[in-house]
Design a protein around this ligand. Structure first.
Ligand code: ATP
Length: 234
């Protein structure tokens, strides 16, 4: 693994009385693509939301670029260069594509220009005047990723980016992730689509009942197929 960018240690989180994360621990190196895999309800989304400071009841340690963030507010975490793209995508459906791309504040400088975003996602330039609700699922996902690239984030947390998308669009999202990796972005993915995850990620962490129970590097995926099937219940 390259130099560690994100380090999660003994992360605990609660929603009210429900104890959801029971000591999550994993690391992501600079420039890596890493997935969190696991069954529904295992705690993958809660892990991302806890890293971002969106779950208030949390304990443990989350360091980003060497800095402890566990006590920071969500806006302070974002300013360090972490961005979260939720499963529901979080675009403004009443605004058009260009408005969605110009509205987000530049959180920390160094974000992509509109031209750079359009170079990466040519379809968004074509769809510039279309309202968010008029976009296909794939276009909405691309717009959601494009928006966070505008903020200057260096690490992207993408929650099920391929959810509900046709295979040809899933392939395009995979290409985008590979391109972002080549450009030096670090990416943490939550995925149900293991075939997709296997095609883009350097390593996989398996999450069960709010903790990491296994880590599988890309080179071991083939040999671990049976084990993975059992973990994921597929
Ligand atoms: P999925 O793929 O279904 O989203 P996941 O691994 O991402 O699964 P989480 O969404 O993190 O799982 O959910 C973990 C547990 O926390 C589940 O039991 C879920 O019901 C519970 N949970 C999630 N969000 C809340 C909330 N806002 N309030 C209370 N409980 C929640």
């Amino acid at each position: 693994m390259s130099e560690t960018l994100l380090s999660v240690r003994d992360l605990q989180a609660w929603y009210g009385e429900s104890h959801i994360l029971h000591g999550m621990a994993f690391e992501v190196g600079k420039g890596e693509v890493v997935t969190l895999l696991g069954r529904n309800g295992a705690g993958k989304t809660t892990t991302m939301r806890s890293i971002m400071g969106l779950v208030r009841q949390r304990q443990g340690s989350v360091t980003f670029d060497g800095r402890e963030t566990i006590a920071l507010q969500a806006n302070q975490v974002a300013r360090l260069g972490l961005a979260f793209c939720p499963e529901e995508r979080g675009i403004f459906s009443s605004l058009d594509v260009t408005e969605n791309l110009t509205l987000p504040p530049v959180i920390r400088g160094g974000g992509m220009s509109l031209d750079e975003v359009y170079e990466l996602f040519p379809i968004l330039r074509e769809r510039g005047g279309s309202q968010g609700t008029k976009l296909s699922g794939g276009e909405q996902q691309m717009l959601a990723i494009a928006r966070i690239l505008r903020t200057g984030a260096t690490m992207l947390l993408l929650d099920e980016p391929t959810e509900g998308l046709a295979p040809v669009i899933v392939e395009q999202i995979g290409q985008v992730i590979r391109t972002l990796r080549d450009r030096g972005f670090t990416i943490l993915l939550v995925e149900q689509n293991f075939r997709f995850a296997a095609g883009v990620a350097d390593r996989h962490y398996v999450v069960e009942h709010g903790e990491v129970i296994d880590m599988i590097p890309r080179a071991d995926v083939q040999a671990s197929r049976d084990k993975l099937k059992a973990y994921l219940g597929v």
